[in-house]
Design a protein around this ligand. Sequence first.
Ligand code: NOJ
Length: 560
Amino acid sequence: MKKAWWKESVVYQIYPRSFKDSNGDGIGDLNGITGKLDYLKELGIDVIWLSPVYQSPNDDNGYDISDYRAIMEEFGTMEDYDRMLSEAHQRGIKIVMDLVVNHTSDEHHWFVESRKSKDNPYRDYYIWREGKNGKEPNNWGSCFSGPAWQYDETTEMYYLHLFSKKQPDLNWDNPKVRQEVFDMMNWWLDKGVDGFRMDVISLISKDPSFPDGVPGINGYASFNEPANGPHVHEYLQEMRRKVLDGRETLTVGECSGVTLEEAKKYARSDGRELNMVFQFEHMDVDADGANKWSDKKMDLRDLKEVLSRWQKGLQDVAWNSLFWENHDQPRSVSRFGEDGEYRELSAKMLATCLHMMQGTPYIYQGEELGMTNVPFRDIEDFRDLDSINAYHELVGQGVFTEAEMMKYLRYKSRDNARTPFQWNAERNAGFTEGTPWIMVNPNYREINAEEQMAREDSVFHYYQKLIRLRKEQEIIVYGTYDLLLPDDRELYVYTRALGAEKLLVACNFYGGTRTLPLPEGWCAQKMEVMIGNYEDAAAAEEICLRPYEAVVFRMRGEER
Ligand code: NOJ
């Protein structure tokens, strides 16, 4: 397999609003990040993916950009940005920017112009359509509730917004739009940034016939309807030629609605488009059909089926990105692990399970501490427009009662991942001297970075060890993957193989004790423990896996 630095790297995602506030306004900022680079260096990560820091009216916390070449005032200045970039580079840490170009803010000057008149030079930068029988042009829904079309009185037409109405979709079929985006990307790369995470890039090309889709629980078709549209690969190949070719970048496409077959096109190893994609099938294992608002617990067999299909399917032809968390997902330890008695063990187990797979691992801020979901009291505690809109829409329509919806929000809301990073046991978890923009998880006195850095057996140190192992053991990066026991409801067991070396990765996803007979071809005498979340794990003819135990064995075989 072709080697690449981005295959050997570990990426850490920073949600700047909630990472570290340096000036007491209750909002995280760039200087806050710069001040914590040594923490990230100690953790051992190679790359930071920075959620958007561009100028934005913050309807969707920066995913609505009004100027791609300016920094959001609350986060600091361009000088602060440059200092952060250079300090990161001095420590050998790369910075990947969030590229949000499916849409802009409605306050971007392109849109301000576009909505003025039908013959404005920027009109065709966005997607305008006539209504149908006095209604929206089709039944697509916005990701954040309601229809995906907004009627605009000035020109009596509708514009498309797959996200909020303050996030109008750009018209990628217009070559001028593409050129604007490519110029802007080149501008950031010339500044020295190391790549891009591309926001909902699978949605940029729309079917010009705008067909209706299947309505969901609120009566609208999913915002994913246009995923993998007719020209998306053509546009990404153009981006490769005009921006990325000849540069050392990491590119990862957020591809909601992507299938394995499509992913092979986006992330093909011939390098014509992206290095890798984020797929979301494993984030749907606890959804209620197409509806994410539920508190259904996953069936481990589904999780194994999805992840193994991606592991096998991309082997040798493309590359996986590995993640449990990001700023749009609840905390993994509360979702796939156990956030009470076994919180630390299950956080380490989940980390082992993911980091031993083939692909580039992504850690979301706080995941390395085993940060948990948040005991939000009522709807007033939420800040995320997705959560707030869904609450009002679904309770208003009588789909769920208030109590049901609150239960689902506590389990699935994006705000679970957006509360301040827990630095220490002091006021506001050491995040800010002021009033934080969103509540702090009250468990910060027990769960915080300072405590974990001082304790050898903490989740933090376990992550540090996993990251270090990846640097030392090629098999973790490049070995092939094979699933064992696909039908077991409690154990996730797989092997990795490279040359004469093999790894056996055994993870117990539940709170009981299980035994695992050694698989064929494995010999207890030749096996050694590479890493595990219990101190005294050992190889045996029957491996005993205690509650939430994870253990990785290494074995050398005969060179064939
Ligand atoms: C995906 C981002 O991850 C999410 O946070 C955002 O709300 C939407 N795209 C819209 O940009």
